[in-house]
Ligand binder design. Structure first.
Ligand SMILES: CC(C)(COP(=O)(O)OP(=O)(O)OC[C@H]1O[C@@H](n2cnc3c(N)ncnc32)[C@H](O)[C@@H]1OP(=O)(O)O)[C@@H](O)C(=O)NCCC(=O)NCCS
Length: 147
């Protein structure tokens, strides 16, 4: 099995939007992806397995802090360790470019994602009570990369 994560330009916003739509109930349009990706602080990554698109992420870096804006693996490829694989690819990319910390926001109700991030080594640093429409708290997680 050959998995690979690589950056794509805003020209490929529709490719990311297609993946996002298959990963999330409330998805972002290609125009929304393009607008985000036209910001030089933002990088979109496509994750492939044997050349087929299976996941995506969008990263925004300010100084040495990188936020994961979105992250997903296609439903039919979940539970196989690929979420860990994409997180590892993000960390490798950030380490190679001298960035030191990664953080994100996740609903307390999103158990697969909460377990993924905690299992990978993220620590909770804050909480936004009742942040989401369903009344759930947003948990803020951070991972310090080795310097
Ligand atoms: C969250 C998500 C990325 C996990 O991807 P994945 O490829 O299934 O994750 P992995 O197979 O690498 O699993 C890693 C860990 O996640 C946790 N996990 C994954 N699926 C789970 C599930 N259905 N229930 C509970 N925990 C789960 C487990 O702790 C697992 O570790 P383990 O196998 O050692 O127990 C995927 O479910 C997804 O894309 N969800 C929809 C989009 C989303 O919610 N993204 C996160 C937004 S913040």
């Amino acid at each position: 099995m050959g998995v690979k994560a690589f950056p794509v330009s805003a020209d490929e916003a529709a490719r990311l939007a297609t993946l996002h739509q298959r990963c999330f109930k409330q998805s972002w349009t290609a125009a929304e992806f393009a607008s985000l990706m036209n910001n030089p602080a933002v990088i979109g990554l496509v994750f492939t397995e044997d050349e087929r698109d299976i996941g995506l992420t969008l990263l925004q870096t300010i100084g040495s802090e990188t936020e994961i804006l979105t992250f997903g693996i296609l439903p039919e490829r979940r539970g196989l360790g690929l979420g860990y694989g994409l997180l590892q690819a993000i960390c490798d990319l950030l380490l190679a470019s001298g960035k030191h910390n990664v953080f994100l926001e996740v609903s307390e109700n999103n158990k697969p994602a909460v377990n993924l991030y905690l299992g990978f080594g993220f620590k909770q640093i804050s909480v936004r009570p009742r942040y989401y429409d369903d009344g759930s708290d947003a948990l803020i997680y951070r991972l310090a990369l080795p310097q």
